[in-house]
Design a protein around this ligand. Structure first.
Ligand code: F6P
Length: 539
């Protein structure tokens, strides 16, 4: 893989961007930019497969965009991208290729095609068998037990694609090692109608193994109570790269995947089994086709019209030049309610790093905090801060043109809210404008000018709006792949390894050391806070 020889903050383009930011990039005003350029919307519109993006309400101009594209070139983005698609071991700290794109490539079109399509065909065959037998005489409930990448993707996608799901099947997702997660799920189940999927790339993750053991124990005891044989082999399926561990658990039907599929990039692999059961083989292939179309766009579109690249470059602009620390994602579609949680792992586990590929400390910031809730709910919670708070938070709106329900009036209101929010963030309201309005609940004693200052909106707050025609397996596949490649883009510019996650290891190791102390009470060698809390939690 091409080694990043030049750090992004040592490139000519970075220096030029710094100069541009100080000279006038910092002062760019969206209201003026729109007034001066009637074609701004078209100029900053990008059409990618299934996803249209309005990038015009961002704090940039043509000069910014040109310099950011130059930065991408000087940081070797295209060479790194091509190395990923080719299967070079770009995940250097784990010595692995990064080939989630191969999971959605047509037969013969990417590395490992034979293995990928053999498992995919078998997986989809299994999904169809479960669907065919679904109902009062077969399975009624599917429980996915997994965490992180073995949970967030399928959970988010099953919820997103509910209108396409088999009507006789209910889906449950258990991830937390907190027994409050699995207990209510088990309470509503009948063992003879339940299929458990134990999803874990490593098949060693503490939370998943503990919950899987609880589920098996529950299943066996329930079957015994009913006087029927506990057919674990029929009711438990494993999805893992660790086939021997799954076999040791008592699972006979297992779907494998490979170490070149990162956990947070694994929805397209056998980890997608709950989704495949929910929507069926044909729709799952549509999801893959949507993602593949986005892969081709990322691989082939010129950088200035390449949507994942443009979004990744905006992330760099906001994080490293404006200094914005977070980005809010507001999907105006209830089906996408879990998308922000999914994106938290995708973006923050990938790009929450502070050394470059060579292990050198970085001199610049990396991943923003990513957070959000579906609209319009967020409007009645934290949008106050987005409009009038002291921090600027770029917002990403996701609008879906066609709903999957018949309440057109609700949908029109939803979309009007979505547009109104990005408009309000941009336009703001001056104190003079506020003073000219009649305040709905003005205090008789409060000076009118003081009240107007409370009712002022600074405006000029940036946002991006992504538009899908409808939320389908194909468009969801494209949307998720868009985010994956956007994360790749900013990670490549920052010169980091977006595909390892060493930062989660220390807590796991310390937890394993603490576990026996809960039984023994031994606090020797612990810091005073941990020792004090241990004593309190044990008493
Ligand atoms: O949290 C760390 C992590 O390794 C994630 O990267 C991964 O998605 C998750 O744990 C679950 O891992 P596994 O699929 O091996 O159980």
């Amino acid at each position: 893989m091409p080694a990043p020889t030049t750090r992004c903050d040592e490139t000519v383009a970075w220096t030029a961007l710094r100069g541009h930011f100080e000279a006038h990039g910092r002062e760019l005003d969206l209201r003026t930019l729109f007034a001066d350029d009637p074609a701004r919307f078209e100029r900053f519109a990008v059409q990618a497969p299934q996803v249209f993006a309005d990038l015009s309400k961002n704090l940039w101009d043509e000069v910014t965009r040109r310099l950011l594209v130059e930065l991408a070139g000087q940081c070797g983005l295209e060479a790194r991208r091509d190395a990923m698609f080719a299967g070079e071991p770009i995940n250097t700290t784990e010595g692995r290729s990064v080939l989630h794109t191969a999971l959605r490539a047509p037969r013969g079109a990417a590395p490992f095609s034979d293995e990928v399509h053999e498992v995919l065909d078998r997986l989809l065959g299994c999904a169809e068998r479960v669907r065919a037998a679904a109902g009062p005489d077969g399975f009624t409930d599917v429980v996915n037990i997994g965490i992180g990448g073995s949970d967030l993707g399928p959970r988010m996608a099953v919820q997103s694609l509910r209108p396409f799901a088999h009507e006789a099947l209910r889906f449950h997702f258990v991830s937390n090692v907190d027994g409050h997660d699995i207990t209510p799920v088990l309470q509503g189940l009948r063992p003879e109608r339940t299929l458990f999927i134990i999803a874990s790339k490593t098949f060693t993750t503490q939370e998943t193994m503990a919950n899987a053991a609880v589920a098996r124990e529950w299943f066996v005891s329930q079957c015994e109570a009913q006087g029927r044989p506990a057919d674990v082999a029929r009711h438990f399926i494993g999805v893992t790269t660790n086939l021997p561990a799954a076999a040791a658990f008592g699972i006979t039907e297992t779907f494998g995947f490979w170490d070149w599929v990162g956990g947070r990039y694994s929805l397209w692999s056998a980890i997608g089994l709950p989704l495949a059961i929910a929507i069926g083989a044909a729709a799952f292939r549509e999801l893959l086709a949507g993602a593949h179309a986005m892969d081709r766009h990322f691989a082939e579109a010129p950088l200035a019209q390449n949507l994942p690249v443009q979004l990744g470059l905006l992330d760099v602009w906001y994080r490293n030049f404006h200094g914005f620390t977070s980005r809010s994602v507001a999907p105006y579609h209830q089906g996408l309610a879990r998308l922000p949680a999914y994106l938290q792992q995708l973006e923050m586990e990938s790009n929450g790093k502070s050394v470059d590929m060579a292990g050198r400390a970085l001199g610049h910031a990396t991943s923003p905090v990513v957070w959000g809730e579906p609209g319009t709910n967020g409007q009645h919670a934290y949008f106050q801060q987005l409009h009038q708070g002291t921090d600027v938070v770029p917002v990403e709106f996701i609008a879906v043109k066609q709903p999957a329900h018949g309440h057109g009036d609700l949908h029109t209101k939803l979309l009007a809210n979505c547009l109104a929010q990005s408009q309000a963030l941009m336009l703001g309201k001056t104190a003079e404008e506020a003073a000219g309005e009649t305040a709905p609940t003005a205090s008789a004693t409060l000076d009118r000018a003081v009240l107007a200052r409370h009712r002022r909106f600074p405006g000029n707050r940036p946002s991006t709006t992504l538009v899908l025609d409808s939320l389908t397996p194909r468009s969801l596949g494209a949307l998720i792949a868009l985010y994956e490649h956007r994360v790749f883009t900013s990670g490549a510019i920052w010169g980091i390894n977006s595909f390892d996650q060493w930062g989660v290891e220390l807590g796991k190791a310390l937890c394993n050391q603490l576990l026996p102390r809960f039984a023994s009470g031994d606090a020797s060698g612990l810091d005073a806070s941990t020792a004090g809390l241990l004593a309190r939690l044990r008493s």
